[in-house]
Each structure stands twice: as C-alpha cells, then as structure tokens.
Design a protein around this ligand. Structure first.
Ligand code: ZN
Length: 471
C-alpha cells in the first residue's frame, strides 16, 4: 500500500502539466508577398522584426505556385504531389465540373486526402490549435477540426485594415484566453493588389506599407495580451508575383490557335488560370495533343506528367492530369482567346525569383538580428513541430534547413525558449520526483527497521526463539 502510494506520487509529479512554460506559435501568411517587396517601400515594422528575430533572403515555394497547394505545403511540409491539393479549383474529369477557389475551400474531399495539417497533429499530441481564414481551415481531417476554426465569408473584404486589426486581436485572444498553442492566420493581400495592378505598381507599394503597419500591430497586440515571452511568430507567404506582358506587346499563348491542336481531342482541361494548365486528352489522343503543343510556342513548356522535371515534384499524383503546361514569366495560357486581365500573376516555375515569398520569424525560440540563406517552404513544417515540441508526420522537409535560426543555448534560452524550457522543466520535475520518491522510500525503510528492532526486542522477551519468523 505504502509502496503503491510512493509510486503514484512519483508518477504524478513526472506527468505534471507544463502549460505555463509551453511555447506558442503563430503562423501568418500574407498571400503573394514576394521576397523583395520591402526593397522599394519604407517598412519600419518589418525591419524591426528582422532586428528582433530572423530574416531569410527568400524562400522557395512548392510547384504549383498557387494559393491552396502552396498553403497546404506550409501546413503539412509535403510537396504538392504528396499532399494532393493540386489546384485552387476542385474538379472532376468525369463530369467536367469545376469549382472556383472559394467554393473549393469548403470541399472536404479536396483537402482531406490523408495528409494531416499541423493543427490536427498538434491536437492529437495534447495541444490546442486554431486557424483564422487560412486556406484549408473550413473542412475536417479524418473527422477532426482545429479547436478554433473560422473561414472568411464569401465576398470578404481582404483589404480592410480595421478588419485586419480585429482578426489580429481575435487570434491573440485565442492564445490568451483559450490557451491555444498554435494558430495559423491568413491575409489575402498583397496578392489581390498585385494581380490587379501588377507587382511594380504604386498600389502594390501602398499595400506593402499596409502589411508593414499590420506587422507592427500584430507585435503590439501580442505585447498587449501579455504574450511576448511565450509567442513565436512566423510570417511568410504562399508565392510571389510576376508582371504579365501587356496584351499586344508579345505573341500570346492561345492553345486553340496552335496548328494541329484541337480541343476536340481533349476530354477535360484546366486552362485560362494564369500561366499553368493541365489537359486530359481523349482515349488514344495523348500523343496527338502532346506532339501538337510541344515546341509550338517559345514560352510554352509542355510535358507528359511523368516527364516533368523531378525538381518540380508535380508528377506523382492521380489528380495531376496526363499533360501539364506552364508558361515563362510574363505569359499566360489561354484556351480559345485571351480572357485574363490581371497585370500580375503567379503559378510559374518555382525556380523563378518572382515566385519566391518572404520569410520572417521572431520570438523566444528564434535568434536575434540574424539573416539566413534561402530554403524551401516544405521545411517550415518541421520547424513549427520542433518549436511546439510535437512529433511531425511524414513530411518532405527537414529541421536541418532552419536549425541555425533557433536559440539553442544561453541565458535567453533558459529563461524563455520553448523547447529548452520544456526540457529543463521536465528534467527538474523528473529529478525532484525521483529525489522525493527516494526520500520517502528511505524514511519508510528506516521506520520499518526501527519497528522491527523494537518488535524483535519485545518478541525475544515473550516467545521462544524457534517461533520467530523473518521479515
Ligand atoms: Zn496566393
């Protein structure tokens, strides 16, 4: 009985909750924020964040460089061919049906492909997660959802700075009052402005100044909510933006005008969606379609899906159609005639510098005033799992890509860095428990010994020697 009590006491102390010392993490995406957008705009808050934390030269998104696929890579650490969210649009090649971006955000079957986003993994390991407007938020994964889960309503105003502040305060409230450990937060700019006016426009520069003010507000709100010592903030984006050549100044890519190509040979197509496209030829027509398109335009790249350059990691998934098309920067892929009016576009090869997003990080887990080299965004997922102290799912990234940006030792780490605190706290609690347990055992043994001696003395006086039993 006494032994069981001792063991229970020791086990209880070892498993004591550590929520006060647990690090928190906020992942923010400013859609379409290209790596160099701070070069022609005064950005005092982003500059201050770089001094207080880590700035990467740029990061490389996965191909295809569009919103939903690239955001799901941030949440899973998997390339697009491995997580299966291959496009912003849900489609069914059998019925020919397509659903636009916002509708697809609510299409559970499109997202719940077996690859778990970090919210679910974190929650399965005892943490609490939330997500505000991040693509992929609206659906459930294997029947599970983040603890806090809000997708923006249709016709949401993505530009309104007051709404940005309200979103920020809501998320900080989740950390403060609901004790969430991880939240992902999405802003739809500067993507929309980059599309509409082009990445070199004054409107884009004004929007970057607004993003910079938002970054200042986010950090101020964290301080106001008393989160500065616990909260780590990663700010990045899904892709960059590139200027589209003005109509009439170049030879446009219009598939229907290419000699030998006919939409009659195609049973399903995804074109008129920026610089990327996919085709499903009718049975027996694959080689005809391929031969007609390959080399037909100097800025159009045409591949059978299995022959795409391996570095793009965009071949090995059944949702990827048999023929994949992509255009050089400045060019769009049009079906029958040019219908696209954007002055800026993304979706190009992820090697193009215009497609690279920015990356900033600040908080107790991160070193200060450190600029690091570029890395792929698949590596952000293992970094986040490491900061949160959770076991990652199978992924395509590696902590080695970002390990240098982390505080690993020193006074700052021992006071406030997440995992270091956890390890040290765990070690302290564990050692205390063992010491306490040994002390209790020692006292029990000593008491037993004293009692035994006393009993022996009494027994030797009262009973014959051969009736004594040993303990
Ligand atoms: Zn985007």
């Amino acid at each position: 009985m006494l032994w069981s009590l001792c063991l229970l006491l020791a086990a209880g102390a070892l498993g004591a909750p550590l929520s006060k010392a647990r690090p928190k993490l906020l992942l923010i995406s400013f859609d379409g924020f290209r790596w160099d957008y701070d070069r022609d705009v005064d950005t005092p808050n982003l500059d201050q964040m770089a001094r207080d934390g880590v700035k990467a030269a740029y990061v490389t998104p996965p191909y295809i460089t569009i919103t939903s696929p690239a955001h799901f890579t941030l949440l899973t650490g998997r390339y697009v061919e491995n997580h299966g969210v291959v496009h912003n649009m849900w489609f069914n090649t059998a019925t020919g049906q397509k659903k636009p971006y916002y509708q697809t955000l609510h299409e559970g079957e499109w997202w719940d492909t077996g690859t778990l986003p970090i919210w679910i993994t974190a929650q399965r390991q005892g943490l609490k997660a939330g997500s505000l407007h991040f693509p992929g938020t609206a659906v459930s994964y294997q029947g599970e959802v983040p603890f806090r889960q809000e997708q923006e309503p249709p016709l949401h105003n993505y530009q309104n700075e007051t709404i940005w502040q309200q979103k920020t305060d809501k998320v900080m409230g989740w950390f403060r009052h609901d004790d969430l450990d991880f939240v992902s937060l999405y802003f739809g700019e500067p993507d929309s402005t980059g599309h509409l006016y082009g990445p070199d426009s004054p409107q884009r520069r004004q929007m970057v100044a607004q993003v910079d003010r938002a970054v200042g507000y986010i950090r101020q709100s964290a301080r106001r909510h008393g989160l500065s010592d616990l909260l780590n903030i990663i700010i990045t984006a899904d892709h960059g933006m590139s200027t589209v050549h003005r109509r009439g100044t170049v030879e446009e890519i219009i598939l229907a005008k290419i000699p030998g190509f006919s939409f009659q040979d195609v049973s399903f197509h995804l074109v008129d969606y920026g610089p990327a496209g996919m085709l499903l030829p009718k049975p027996g027509k694959l080689e005809t379609v391929y031969a007609a398109l390959k080399g037909a335009h100097p800025h159009l790249h045409v591949y059978r899906k299995e022959e795409l350059p391996q570095r793009l990691r965009f071949s090995n998934h059944p949702r990827i159609l048999p023929i994949v098309l992509f255009a050089d920067p400045g060019y769009l892929i049009n079906g029958y005639f040019p219908v696209q009016i954007n002055r800026g576009e993304h979706g190009f090869d992820n090697q193009e510098m215009d497609m690279k997003p920015f990356f900033r990080a600040v908080g107790p887990a991160f070193r200060q005033n450190l600029e690091v080299g570029p890395f792929e965004t698949v590596n952000i997922y293992p970094l986040m799992c490491h900061i949160l102290g959770i076991q990652p799912e199978v992924n395509d990234g590696h902590l080695d890509a970002t390990r240098d940006m982390l505080v690993s030792r020193g006074a700052r780490a021992s006071l406030s860095s997440g995992e270091t605190v956890n390890y040290q706290h765990n070690a302290f609690v564990g050692l205390s428990a063992v010491a306490g347990f040994l002390l209790v055992v020692f006292v029990v043994l000593v008491l037993q010994k004293i009692l035994l001696k006393k009993k022996r003395r009494e027994s030797s006086r009262n009973v014959p020697e051969d009736k004594q039993t040993g303990f």
